[in-house]
Design a protein around this ligand. Structure first.
Ligand code: FAD
Length: 394
């Protein structure tokens, strides 16, 4: 009989994986478990927040995936029985597998910041899963009066999309500069440094002088508590009362990972870097943001690269061949304004049980690039989004 592969999560990792394995070995039966009728993409969602892009442009259906012969099971996985190799969908429905792929993305740690829970997120949105939260933050910015203070709190590493909070600050500044120029943005950061920092800071100085202030961990960046009623963020150095508060809390692998037993005490999922098989439970592979183990950032680009390598490895295992060590590429584009893009790239391969960065293979955009080059990178970023979404969902 044909081998059975079940994939939990139809995001960049799960959708890319399901397609890659079906294309390479059409005999394998592939089921994709995803409760939503369409996917809402995070990349470029900061442009939605800034009013530069329609939310509709972030939506992708699963018809293309179904046309490939993959079964979209529109339900949520609620449990896994690794002994019987079955995924539990509801009390009555179970799906059996030879290999299971867990690709649920992230969940917010809603216990990490006192005062910040699911209700608080309705007033101080994280907007770190695209959808209603993205639109809520957009509406709050639209409703804010000129001269208001927007506070963004960024978590410590590791978290989804390392340059994301700073891209968001940039694009919010773009909106405020044009519409509410007396307003300010304060970034409270639970770390000492961030991705593409010099490029962001140079861009802010050129595009939005005096508008964005970044506070590092040692200068009081860590938020210790929030007060929802007054939209106040507390730190050891003092309180900040925001007109709009975007609290991006610490994160962990999507809840099903812990239920499956593939998440460790950090909340993330350790894997074998050659096969992406869980270090904790056999026959289960983990892909995308849920993974921990090495230098690879949590991005849609990484999720897609891991999915393709993971598909090769799972086919090899199912067909009794030796999987080969992958080389994975990641590039993250960020927009500082509609025509001002920057990027960071890296290459990763298995080393000492981790996905290690290949030295000298990556880099960032030059600090002294011309405005024409920045405009080109902004266009590359959009072209990348069109390519990756077509590959995963088109
Ligand atoms: P997700 O895309 O979150 O997909 C997980 C899927 O699993 C979801 O569809 C969910 O519904 C489903 N799921 C969860 N639990 C279950 C369950 N129990 N049963 C069934 N299904 C389940 N990355 C880039 O490369 N470039 C960018 O420019 C970029 N910009 C970003 C900007 C922002 C503001 C943010 C927040 C992120 C950005 N990212 C970017 C990061 C990117 O969105 C993530 O890294 C990527 O989505 C990870 O893919 P994933 O498949 O692991 O998780």
């Amino acid at each position: 009989t044909a081998p059975k592969v079940v994939v939990i999560g139809g995001g960049f990792a799960g959708a890319s994986f399901a397609r890659a394995i079906k294309r390479e070995d059409p005999q394998i039966a592939v089921a994709l478990i995803e409760p939503n009728a369409h996917y809402t993409a995070c990349p470029l969602s900061n442009a939605v927040i800034a009013g530069l892009r329609d939310m509709e442009a972030q939506h992708f259906g699963y018809a293309g995936i179904e046309a490939d012969g993959i079964v979209h099971v529109q339900q949520k996985a609620i449990g896994i029985d690794p002994e019987q190799r079955r995924v539990v969908l509801t009390d009555e429905v179970r799906l059996s597998y030879d290999r299971l792929i867990v690709a649920p993305g992230i969940d917010m740690r809603l216990d990490a910041i006192p005062g910040y829970d699911a209700n608080a997120a309705e007033r101080m949105p994280h907007a770190w899963k695209a959808g209603e939260q993205t639109l809520l933050l957009r509406r709050q910015l639209e409703a804010m009066e000129d001269g208001g203070l927007v506070v963004i709190s960024a978590p410590a590493n590791p978290f989804r999309c390392p340059p994301g909070p700073y891209e968001r600050a940039s694009l919010i500044a773009h909106y405020l500069k044009a519409n509410k120029p007396r307003s300010k943005i304060l970034i409270l950061d639970a770390k000492e440094a961030f991705s593409k920092q010099r490029l962001f800071e140079a861009g802010w100085a050129a595009l939005y002088p005096g508008m964005i202030e970044w506070v590092s961990l040692s200068f009081g960046g860590a938020v210790t508590e929030v007060d929802v009623a007054t939209r106040t963020l507390r730190t050891e150095f003092g309180d900040h009362r925001a007109a709009v508060a975007n609290v991006i809390p610490p994160q962990r692998a999507g809840a099903i990972a812990a239920l499956a037993g593939v998440a460790d005490r950090t909340g993330w999922c350790p894997i074998d870097p050659v096969t992406f098989e869980s270090r904790l439970v056999p026959n289960i592979h983990v892909l995308g943001d849920a993974v921990i183990g090495g230098a690879m950032p949590k991005s849609a680009f990484s999720a897609n690269a891991q999915a393709k390598a993971g598909a090769d490895a799972v086919i090899a295992l199912l067909r009794g061949r030796d999987p080969s060590a992958p080389k994975l590429i990641n590039t993250c584009y960020s927009l500082l304004a509609p025509d001002y893009g920057i990027s960071i790239a890296g290459v990763y391969s298995p080393k000492d049980g981790l996905l290690a960065e290949v030295e000298g293979a990556g880099g960032t955009s030059p600090l002294d690039a011309s405005l024409a080059e920045r405009a080109e990178e902004a266009a590359y970023g959009e072209a990348w989004f069109d390519t990756i979404t077509a590959e995963a969902f088109g």
